[in-house]
Design a protein around this ligand. Sequence first.
Ligand code: ADP
Ligand code: ASP
Ligand code: MG
Length: 415
Amino acid sequence: MALIVQKFGGTSVGNPDKIKAVADRVLRKKKEGNQMVVVLSAMSGETNRLTDFAMQMQDIPDSREMDVLLSSGEQVTVSLFSMAVKARGEDAISFLGDQVRINTDSSHTRARIASIDTERIKAELAKGKVVTVAGFQGVAENGDITTLGRGGSDTTAVALAAALQADACEIFTDVEGVYTTDPNICSKARKIDRISYDEMLELASLGAKVLDIRSVTFAKQYNVPIHVRSTFTETEGTWVIEEDQEMEGRIVSGVTYNKNEARITISGVPDQPGIAAKIFTPISDADILVDMIIQNQDTGNGLTDMTFTVVRSDYQRTIQLLEGIVKEIGAKGGVHGSDNITKISIVGVGMRNHSGIASTMFKVLAREGINISLISTSEIKVSCVVEEKYTELAVRTLHDAFELDKAYIPEEENL
Ligand code: ADP
Ligand code: ASP
Ligand code: MG
């Protein structure tokens, strides 16, 4: 008898009929002789709806209360799912994060899983029940409800699969797997059959939200193979596994976009030692994460510009914080920025051994008249910040330029 963890995302449980369809699918798998643990997200749109309510109460909602609020979304779906299973003549039991218990640290709205108690789940499975666990939530040491950050139900599922030493971890979603880019904005996107943890980590960190990055970190650490596949078809999806010889050896394997950042520039900054620390220390003290940073060359007048990106929801807060700092350091050009930006990235482990990939990306964007305002590179990715309105165009053109729609044929030297 195998133990299978299946996770269904928001669109898969978006209304009562869809929840019933998920119950049918889970029970088919159970009837094959498997023990089933099912992790569910909130109904699609629900977490956004609740966040919107919170914003109407407080400009920056209290994070502890935010977790009490947001965790309710998953409470609805797991209870309804259990009822649907019971209505089909099988037994089921739902658990919230603090009932399992999924123990986390106390960083509200972005808690990390520290450990999972599996006894109750195992006891209920042994009684023949389908066990369903609310995704995205846990409990801090003091008993407070925590949530794991957006997309966190993937992480709940993989962490449970690791803790239960499950035989399989299946992530069901609204697309048939991990694609070379978001199939919802590029019709030529191609499904990848097998992808390494490292490449998936990079794609997820740069915006491919099909898997939450922390779920991939867990999967890599505990060697849990993940099968990402569609809720609505039986088609084989994508396997996220350890790197092996038979994996595609492409130079660029995917194109991603992230609309969740904002760009901020401080102009006329005196070019002196210690200035960067004066700007970025208060930002990090305020728990604001900075991604890309570029400091321009002093143009001869002893002044420079500093540009960086932050998470979009921190944009206004960062601007407010910097207004005082700008005066203190005497930055004559003040602080300005834009939250209509997108970070477009190309990713591929093969880039390690090839030159000219970044320049191809710049040429392709220039040909379409797309201006690049920030660039960052690492061994296996190149990222460019562009205006948000160019997102689709940039993604499609880069996907074409690197021929990601074509099946990969290894070069002779690689055979
Ligand atoms: P769920 O609610 O099931 O967790 P998500 O919306 O979080 O689903 O993730 C699935 C979505 O991820 C897809 O609908 C797709 O638009 C988006 N996506 C972005 N990049 C990719 C990619 N490279 N491959 C597949 N899907 C992607
Ligand atoms: N409901 C949460 C979200 O929308 C968690 C998840 O779906 O994974 O982000
Ligand atoms: Mg998701």
